[in-house]
Structures are given as C-alpha cells and as structure tokens.
Design a protein around this ligand. Structure first.
Ligand SMILES: Nc1ncnc2c1ncn2[C@@H]1O[C@H](COP(=O)(O)OP(=O)(O)OP(=O)(O)O)[C@@H](O)[C@H]1O
Ligand SMILES: CC(=O)C(=O)O
Ligand SMILES: [K+]
Ligand SMILES: [Mg+2]
Length: 477
C-alpha cells in the first residue's frame, strides 16, 4: 500500500460501480465530486454510488465536494467542440437567449464590464487565448490569439482582474446543503483570496449543527499572498495548479508549490498537489517521464495527497492511471530516507526550537516520535486522537512507519484519509482506557504479533482535543 493519499475526480469515465470498485482496489482514498459539472441529481447519485461501492468492499473512501466558487465558465456550446481559429473574431455573450447562434455563451453577467479593449481572456486553463476588441452590454468581441478546440463548461480566466463576488456564492451554499444532506462533510472553496470566506462557510454549516472540514484551493495570486492566514483557518489546502498556472505566471508555479507544501507541513495541515499530474494518461496508457517525475517530486517535497482530475473524470484509462499513481508513490516512498535523510521540516523545526525556543509541546512530542522511529524502527506508531491533530503532527514529517490512528468520531477518522501514512480506525467505545481496545483491534486485524515494538502517543486527559503530551515505547503484549 502507498502512504501518499490518492484523490480521484469522479466523472463520466469513472461513475460506474465496476470502475469505482477497481479504482478503490487500486489505491483511491478520496473521491472528488466536482459540483462545477453536472446536475444536483447527478451529484447525489454519484455520492450514493461511491458510498455503496466502498461499503461493499469494506473500504473507507472519503468524499470531497468541490464547490464551483466564482470561477467563470463557458456555457453549453451548440457545436462540440467549437474550433477557434487564430486571427478570427469571436463573440462571447452573457445573454442566455442570445439570437447570435455562433456566439459563445458565458455564465457571468459582469464579464463585459470587467474587460476592456486589449484585455487577454484565457480559456480552458490558458490553452486558448483571445484579446478583447470591443464590448457592449451583453457581449464581448475578441480576436483569437491562440486557437484550438473549445468544449462546453471549460473555465475562463482573467488574471489580475478583481472579481466582484465572494468565494462562497449563494449557489455554493445550495451545493453545501446537498452535500450535508448526503452526509458529506468535506468541501473545497475554489478561487478564494481571503480567509474570511473559510469562516463564512464554516459558520453556515455550524448553523445546521454540523462541523465540516474545509479544503482551501490555492489558485489565485491573492491566495498565494494570504497563504499564512489561509493555513491558519483551513483544515487542508489544495495547490490547484490548473487555474493557478493562469492566474500567476506558469513558471512561478513550482516555487509556489514548494513554499505552500513546506508551510502546510510546518503546521500539520494536509496538502494536496493537484492537476495535470498524469495528464497524458487521459489519452495514453503510459504517462510521460516528466509526469512520473513531477508526481515523485511532489511526494518527496511533502505532499500528503496527489490528485487526478480529467485523468479519472473523462480519461480513457481511469483505473490504469490510479494504479500508475500508486506505483510511483510506493517506489519513491521507499527511497525517501535514502534520498533525503532527515526531512527538511525536521531540520527547520529542530533549528527554530534550539535557536529560538519556539517549539510547542506537540512539536516536541511529534519530533520525539520521529527520533524514536529512526532509532528503533518500530512496527507502528499508534495514535489515539480526538480531533485528528496528534496523527497529523506526526504525519507532517512523512515517516517511513505507518501511523495507525484511533478515533471515536467517524467524521474525524474519515478526514484522516487526507494525511500521509495515516490509517484511521473508527472505534466505537466510551472506555476511559483505549489501550486494551486498541491492542485487541490490531491483533484481531492480524497487523502485529506479540513482541513487536510499537510507539504509542498519549494525552494525560484523553477526552481533550490537542492534549497529547507523551509517548511510550512498548512491546506488543
Ligand atoms: N462530473 C463531470 N462530468 C463531466 N466532466 C467532468 C466531470 N468532472 C470533471 N469533468 C471534466 O474533467 C476535466 C477536469 O476536471 P476538473 O475537476 O479539474 O475540472 P475543471 O473544469 O478544470 O475545474 P476546477 O478548476 O473546478 O477543477 C474538466 O474540465 C471536465 O471537462
Ligand atoms: C483543481 C483545480 O481547481 C485547478 O487545478 O484549478
Ligand atoms: K470546482
Ligand atoms: Mg480550479
């Protein structure tokens, strides 16, 4: 099994129970349902189908609802694909009832007022570019600079233009209601720039009495600037390289990715690296060498999870792509210590702690767990947890040893599907002492035998979240 978690976008290529089952068996940990595509009925059906298949296989698959946010999109095209030719002038219309049959519909009424003559508009993650020549109340005429085929519902980007709406729109809140009705509790916010949007979404769910997990998508220049504030509010972040690569210069993406990963690791916030990871597998049975190397480097840098988008949503080889992702992960994970020795994060934390005495109690406990692991090569790290914080603090170092985590809250256990090397167990127990229950569980599952060395973290007040303050090294009884 791979320690790096694999997130797969579900779409037409992967919605059948057979394909879903094969993807789960091949290593899918999280199913992403992008609410930007399809109808509410389809979203409900998809969520139920993913749950049904996972239950049948006896596997935990977390479901991630990706909210559309203020992303501007092309509407439904009359001609699929519509070919844009270099040099020709096209018309974008915001009027759904436009009589201009060749005009390209856009779902954003403010578009004509946001652009002026000379503005470059990027379509389909920047693969197509047009330059505005004139605007009217409901139309934008633009000259094609970079042409090619355009499909319905592809994104439209205006880098640097301030969008007039918040990242959590009224439509998003309606989508959240559907997700919550279906028992989903993990949502992404797309195109956010301000950490307030995370609070708005959290409070909305809280009004229904539900605690949700929020994944902040880093895909605008503003989000990169606000990364520290966003990391303080979000439960996880996603480096959404598709839109990011248009919103900031594409050559800046690798550096931003590395910075975001290190900052997220430092705080123990799970980080997903996303988009075009094995893009060529949408068409081909094998990825390029560059793609394989990109995935491996994203993992070595400290990604908790890697994501597949069109590869599994609309690609020809969804199952083979998941299998390939899992193989790349397993190979590089086995070489981690040899290639990097002590992780960059361990260095950073040890140095700040020694020089500036800034380490917190849980920094020290998690560092000690890692030191003990290096010295003793235990069978497992065992972490009872209330909030998921203790396993995440250890997981951020990307240890070679599996972290088995035990949790009384099913939603908290499910969210650990986003953390590297963590295997969550949902334990139905109110016993004050977890130990016997945990040891029974492990030996029943055939995971350890008498005499195996394990590291166990503990809190002096087991019912308190964030109270882990000690570790024990024990021989499995
Ligand atoms: N449920 C779906 N139905 C049809 N096509 C889908 C679905 N989900 C994804 N896709 C297709 O897969 C491609 C990549 O998926 P992805 O989820 O990354 O979407 P996206 O449109 O690029 O938007 P976002 O920026 O929100 O991720 C999309 O462009 C879309 O064509
Ligand atoms: C995943 C996503 O939203 C992006 O790459 O833009
Ligand atoms: K989306
Ligand atoms: Mg995006």
């Amino acid at each position: 099994m791979n320690k790096t978690k694999i997130v797969c976008t579900i779409g037409p290529s992967s919605s059948s129970p057979q394909v879903l089952a094969d993807m789960i068996r091949s290593g899918m940990n999280v199913a992403r349902v992008n609410f930007s595509h399809g109808t509410s009925d389809e979203h409900r059906k998809m969520i139920r189908s993913i749950r049904a298949v996972a239950t049948r296989l006896g596997r935990t698959v977390a479901i991630l609802v990706d909210l559309p946010g203020p992303k501007i999109r092309i509407g439904r095209l009359r001609l699929e694909p519509t070919i844009l030719k270099r040099g020709e002038t096209i018309t974008l219309t915001t009027d759904p009832a436009s009589s201009n049959l060749t005009a390209i519909p856009v779902d954003y009424p403010d578009l004509p007022s946001l652009v002026t003559e000379g503005t470059t508009i990027y379509l389909n993650d920047g693969f197509l570019q047009v330059k505005v020549v004139r605007t009217s109340e409901q139309e934008v005429d633009a000259k094609v600079v970079i042409g090619g085929p355009l499909l319905s519902h592809k994104g439209l980007n205006l880098p640097g233009v301030a969008l007039s709406i918040a990242a959590v729109t009224p439509e998003d809140l309606a989508h959240v209601d559907i997700g919550l009705d279906e028992g989903v509790d993990t949502f992404t916010i797309s195109f956010l720039e301000r950490p307030e949007d995370i609070r708005i979404l959290r409070e909305y769910a809280q009004k229904r009495g539900i605690k949700i997990h929020i994944v902040a998508k880093i895909e605008r220049a503003g989000a990169v600037r606000e990364i520290d504030a966003i990391l303080a509010e979000a439960d996880a972040i996603m480096i959404a390289r598709g839109d990011l690569g248009v919103q900031i210069p594409i050559e800046d993406v690798p550096g931003v990715q590395k910075q975001c990963i290190l900052k997220a690791n430092r705080l123990g916030v799970p980080v997903i690296t996303a988009t075009q990871m094995l893009e060529s597998m949408t068409e081909n049975i094998l990825p390029t060498r560059a793609e394989v190397t990109d995935v491996a480097n994203a993992i070595l840098d400290g990604s908790d999870a890697v994501m597949l988008s069109a590869e599994t949503a609309t690609g020809r080889y969804p199952v083979e792509t998941v299998r390939m992702m899992a193989k790349i992960a397993r190979s590089i994970e086995a070489q981690r210590t040899m290639l990097k020795g002590r992780s960059q994060l361990e260095e950073v934390l040890l140095l700040t702690g020694i020089n500036r005495r800034e380490l917190t109690v849980d920094d020290v406990v998690s560092l000690n767990v890692i030191q003990a692991m290096h010295a003793l090569s235990p069978r497992y790290i065992l972490t009872p947890t209330r909030s998921g914080r203790a396993p995440r603090r250890i997981s951020r170092f990307k240890p070679d040893c599996w972290i088995l985590s035990f949790c009384r809250d099913q939603k908290v256990a499910e969210f650990l599907a986003f953390s590297y090397g963590v295997v969550p167990f949902f334990v139905k127990t109110d016993e004050a002492s977890w130990h016997d229950r945990i040891f029974d569980l492990i030996s029943d599952a055939g995971l350890a035998k008498t005499g195996d060395l394990v590291i166990l973290t503990e809190g002096s007040e087991p019912d308190l979240a964030g109270a882990t303050n000690s570790l024990r090294i024990i021989k499995f009884p």
